[in-house]
Design a protein around this ligand. Sequence first.
Ligand code: 9RB
Ligand code: ZN
Length: 377
Amino acid sequence: MSTGYLWHALYGWNDTGSGSLTPADPAAGMQPVAFHFAHSDNKRRINELVEVSGLVDQLVKVPARPATADEILRVHTKEHHDRIVSESKLPKGGDAGDGISPFGRGGYEIAALAAGGAIAMVDAVVEGRVDNGFALVHPCGHHATAETGMGFCVFNNVAIAVKHARESLGVDRVAVLDWDVHHGNGTQSIFWEDPSVLTISMHQDRFFPQDEGFVTERGGGSGANTNLNIPLPPGTGDAGYLEAMDAVVVPALRAFDPQLIIVGCGFDPSILDPLSHTMVSAPGFAAMTEKVKAVAEQVCGGKLVMVQEGGYSIHYLAICGALTIAALAGVESIEDPYWFLVENLYGRAQLEPGQKEAIAEAAREVDRIPHPEGPRS
Ligand code: 9RB
Ligand code: ZN
């Protein structure tokens, strides 16, 4: 089997400046912080480990290309698109929409390249040039709605790639599994009324955006019951995530029977991430990848595209990435060098009662998901 891999050096040039999320304010005791949480070096370190470890030699490089304006406009309003274009020309760049998502001059070209990277990997997998693939794109996309960027996201890379699969490649049904620790609010809202796209988000409960991502948000209009949220309590680790995969995600994907599965692959559920309180290990992400790969083989001939979302641990992010990509490719990987820190931490191995209840609540939603051949008996 063959696994595609995509990175572009320009992703590492996305300039998030300093301090917008944590602005310096000497009078308030806030010291300047040189690195924004979403500084692109973290993602660049994943690519460097993929290269240095030799993993890249077992992958098929898929070149990135920019998404065209028309491709971006399948998802986003002209106002949002044009504002990013014009702010991108300013000497100091601009912001995706919420004041904490800055980009430097030329940020439009990089964001378009991130969306186009997701498109390029969907092309490679759907056209059968590779069996599956990992698009290591940056900046992330899943918070971006039709009208605005937010939460470090400029354009919704996964949504743009889904629209490409549907409208340019003739794929009838696509499932998106977003396991970034934050709620995939943008992807949920873009496909809210679309019955051809199942959106699943597993995330830390009531975290970001606050007061969204509840299990009761099921999609609307003709897209009713094609959105599934799995909010998980802080502290959920490998055991909880793997149980959520077995009890909710895998049955939901089987029920919807998509022709393509796209994973919004954030590594910010990791146990060492500074922006979350969940406890997934690098081998845990690999095990989740194996589960989604197995269901892809059952329902859609293995057609699985993983697209990078968040992830902020300068130490652990690259390890999570390398183990995940190796699992996707089905090849040997490096050992987790942080295992000594991770293995005995409380919560990683255990399924706590609150986690069990949250997963059971989401599992009750699976029967609502429409099957393409109509309601099952
Ligand atoms: C601010 C708030 C944020 C926003 C987004 C992230 C991570 C996004 C990500 C983290 C913290 C709130 C500035 C809430 O990784 N997505 O995948 N903080 N946002 N209140 N205030 C004042
Ligand atoms: Zn996130």
